[in-house]
Ligand binder design. Sequence first.
Ligand SMILES: Cc1ncc(COP(=O)(O)O)c(C=O)c1O
Length: 397
Amino acid sequence: MAQLSDRLQRLAPSATLAMSQKSSEMKAQGIDVINMSVGEPDFNTPDHIKEAAKKAIDENYSRYSPVPGYPDLRKAIVAKLKNENNLDYSVNEVLVSNGAKQSVCNTIMALVNPGDEVIIPAPYWVSYPQMAKLAGGTPVIVEAGFDQNFKMTPEQLEAAITPKTRLIILCSPSNPTGSVYSKEELKGLADVIKRHDDLFVLADEIYEHINYIGKHESIAQFEGMKERSIIVNGVSKAYAMTGWRIGYIAAPEWIVKGCNKLQGQYTSGPCSVSQKAAEFAYTQSQECVEQMRQAFERRRNLIVQLAKDIPGLEVNVPEGAFYLFPKCSSFYGKSNGDTVINNSSDLALYLLEKGHVATVGGDAFGDPECFRMSYATSDENIREAIRRIKDALAELK
Ligand SMILES: Cc1ncc(COP(=O)(O)O)c(C=O)c1O
């Protein structure tokens, strides 16, 4: 019988990629769609990084790299962790992969047995629960909604832990909400984690540099936490290098070795030229990172100010990343002609079809009350998109 494996049948497709595709299809038909569904910087990769990649090609970085990545790149990451985060890692505690996405998936595959529970605060990045399921694990969703600024409390974490809990996934700054855990908040969670044996935390820090409240804090910094933390990070968001596919984990050596074994059978080391470009990104001036961060902050201020003006939307002020995640549940039950809005996916579809703005319904992120807009786009697009959204929502009665 022509049928995919049970494993794949259980896997949901990525809702964010699906929305992006729908918006591209409409664009191909000549419709002027503003795409706010994508999760990537709109900037080009800085020139000096591109030059490093061209040089790497000329210098014949064209063969298989070591499975965990070139030692020079891993050294550069070790130096970054020391200089920016004051964390001490050795080269053997770092493994480079094809984007942070593979780093997350490697970690889950390396640690989670069938039947193990993986605690994931909602709203969450769409891939976490799917990856946990792929490993045979059970995602345990902890609801951390709009009213608590989308952050899980230590009490909620404690209540969700069972003897089967193996891994907790934290994302700060967060996709899809932009929330950032403070040092005190992370310490509260770390204290809970340390009370339980055999419990690990995957700290997805891919948005580390897109932070509007100051210094990034890592949960690995607290006494006794380095042994239990798997930091995931990479160059995709900070250096506008999403297509280069370079991410990494910094973790205890036994976990790195496990991921290395997996990666050795699955993908081998990541793209040689991209690794040289990433090494350059980490070791040269960080001015480009700050310039992009400032642009995102200006856009954050703009979109918050404009969205707050839309009747019926509740808007919080995101502290990092490049997403706004407003509460839109006051529109549920309303309609425009034959179109009835029953949930956030209906709303996102309505905004696409009526307002020609692509967003993503919060259902995909485990929060049915909100929807996500990416403001990694021009000021002009932000203004126009919010105008269209406001008009479309005003027509819902
Ligand atoms: C929270 C989060 N983690 C990981 C990733 C994956 O990053 P990469 O493009 O490096 O695979 C993304 C990308 O959207 C993300 O939003």
